[in-house]
Design a protein around this ligand. Structure first.
Ligand SMILES: [Zn+2]
Length: 96
């Protein structure tokens, strides 16, 4: 089909902002193929708007990772107690 060949011919055209925005998250998470990643990188270098967006997203991701709550101490203690009971052959205590 004509449209198909047109599409195929355009496959390696530079990505526009919309196309980059759609794939940005996958790109930053590393869930994208090398070829597409290279094209996104190219666009981010040229386009200030998308470059800023990528930067913002990375900052949010870093902030979320830094604030990931630690496992509460009491949960660890309860888990250890549960493990000890099992090791002794006791019936595991149910919460009800
Ligand atoms: Zn852009």
């Amino acid at each position: 089909m004509r449209w198909d060949s047109l599409f195929r011919r355009r496959r390696d055209a530079p990505l526009d902002c919309h196309a980059v925005a759609e794939r940005l998250q996958e790109y930053l998470d590393g869930h994208i193929d090398e070829h597409t990643a290279a094209r996104i990188e190219e666009h981010l270098e040229d386009c200030r708007m998308c470059g800023l967006e990528a930067e913002t997203y990375e900052r949010i991701k870093a902030a979320l990772a830094a604030r990931r709550p630690e496992v509460p101490v009491e949960s660890v203690a309860r888990l250890r107690e549960f493990g000890e009971r099992l090791a002794r052959g006791d019936e595991p205590r149910t919460s009800t």
